[in-house]
Design a protein around this ligand. Structure first.
Ligand SMILES: Cc1ncc(COP(=O)(O)O)c(C=O)c1O
Length: 459
């Protein structure tokens, strides 16, 4: 219960709202984050608290606001797509796109299908993508991909998943998350090893990976149950599992395993899509051609939407209604996807994101000098910093103290919004792809100052 009463000095309005939210929502709705920031308004790469404090957003929501928060041109496009630009006109109702069109079709939905497919097929590795099975959250997109994969052949019902991955908490997405030891095992799921020590730090990742052990594990699986496997699911990198970005050869090995065993290769790009790792989709620079790709988070830049994309022949085994639900392909989400695609296709977002990457790397590697950070790993605009213990503090406590110290800010009131640690001690650093370079440099330096100060204070 202690966590339910997070309060911070000098924040009367925020503290009041924190108190009221704990009365009106079960705490399980949030993952513990010691700041429990009150975000009243947001613009670009910044959040503002009810007290008017400015927080640089190093989380992008949770890798959602790749374009930044509330870009004016993006909102204009959403409004135009929905046809609600004339809200101030007289009349009780506005003639606009419906907000719900269950079991009907909207022109927006068709346009979103065609535009998303053209975008993904236009990228190296996207050629298998023919249809979009929409959903409303990441775990639902995974669930739908697995339903399709499992329905291909009744003799193949084994799902291979990479150990330590995060695919969501609900249903089959939950069953393939984590490992065989941390949950009651779903007999249909077999976990395989994902590289960690080989990419525990950005320097290590630059070295060649020895795939021998991984190959042996896969060979054993092939010979034991190769003809029972319907699919293999992995993230390009372990995101929620602690930010482990493997050498591309590892994903290529998994793809070969799938091809050899006639299993579908499903890539969970819910976190990595729309420029997070550099290119539009991670499959491009990991050099793979997945059979199905799951998208989410940045896909709608804040409007809840996700999708499973893949070959028509794979989806056709699902009958009318098996993949339907209230919100999938709703017009607001279609408009958001279209507006987000417009921004990526007509602006230099990808180029800007790629330019931020070395700045983030340099700034994060510099944090090691504070003694607070042990390892740095990541790519593009998605990074993880692994905390060391500070003085008598265990790494887990130190990581939480870092989040809180960043929230409180430096002597000049410059503060940073971070999420609670991943895998106990890894802090995610993932600013919007559009954060101005000088501001990013400044806030990385602010972070270094805050960590150095924390180190001095904690003995
Ligand atoms: C890689 C990945 N897959 C799936 C999910 C689940 O998405 P959601 O929380 O929208 O269900 C997440 C969420 O963090 C994720 O990072």
């Amino acid at each position: 219960m202690a966590d339910a009463f997070i309060q911070h000095p000098g924040e009367d309005q925020s503290n009041d709202l924190r108190r009221r939210v704990t009365q009106t929502e079960p705490l399980t709705l949030k993952t513990f984050t010691p700041s429990l920031a009150l975000l009243e308004r947001s613009a670009g790469s910044y959040h503002y608290t009810p007290e008017g404090r400015k927080l640089a957003d190093f989380s992008s929501g949770v890798l959602v606001a790749n374009l930044g928060h509330n870009p004016r041109s993006w909102w204009r496009r959403v409004i135009d797509y929905l046809g609600i630009g004339h809200l101030q006109d007289a009349g009780e109702y506005v003639h606009a796109a419906p907000l719900t069109a269950y079991n009907a079709v909207t022109p927006l939905e068709v346009q979103a299908n065609e535009r998303l497919l053209a975008n993904i097929r236009g990228e190296p590795g996207g050629s298998r993508m023919e249809q979009v099975l929409w959903a409303a959250s990441g775990s639902e997109a995974i669930q739908k991909a697995l339903w399709a994969a499992m329905a291909q052949d009744s003799k193949r019902n084994i799902i291979v998943a990479t150990r330590g991955g995060f695919h969501g908490k609900k249903g089959l997405a939950g069953a393939i998350t984590g490992s065989e030891t941390d949950k009651e095992r779903d007999p249909r799921v077999r976990f395989i090893s994902f590289p960690k020590f080989e990419c525990a730090d950005v320097e290590l990742r630059r070295q060649a990976i020895d795939l021998e052990l991984y190959q042996q594990e896969l060979d054993k699986l092939s010979s034991e149950i190769g003809d029972e496997i319907c699919c293999l699911v992995t993230e390009p990198y372990l995101g929620g599992g602690g930010s482990y970005h493997p050498q591309p050869e590892y994903l290529q090995l998994l793809q070969q395993f799938c091809r050899d065993n006639n299993a579908l290769f499903i890539l969970d790009e819910i976190q990595s899509n729309f420029g997070r790792t550099g290119p539009m989709y991670a499959f491009t620079h990991y050099g793979v051609e997945p059979d199905m790709v799951c998208l989410g988070k940045g896909l709608g830049n804040g409007v809840p939407v996700s999708a499973c994309v893949g070959p028509a022949a794979v989806f056709e085994v699902l009958q009318y209604g098996e993949g339907s639900d209230t919100w999938s392909a709703n017009p607001l989400s279609s408009a958001a996807v279209l507006a987000t695609l417009d921004e990526f296709e007509s602006n230099d977002v990808i180029v800007r994101g790629k330019q931020l990457s070395p700045i983030i790397e340099e700034g994060l590697v510099a944090l090691k000098t504070t003694g607070v950070i042990e390892n740095v790993r990541g790519e593009g605009c998605v990074w993880g910093i692994e905390c060391a213990g500070i003085g008598s503090l265990e790494p887990e406590e130190a990581a939480n103290d870092c989040v809180e110290a960043c929230y409180r800010g430096d002597a000049q009131g410059r503060a940073i919004h971070l999420l609670g640690p991943l895998a106990g001690r890894v802090l995610r650093v993932s600013p919007p792809l559009t954060m101005p370079e000088d501001e990013l440099r400044e806030y990385l330096e602010v972070m270094r100052g805050i960590f150095a100060n924390l180190r001095l204070q904690t003995r």
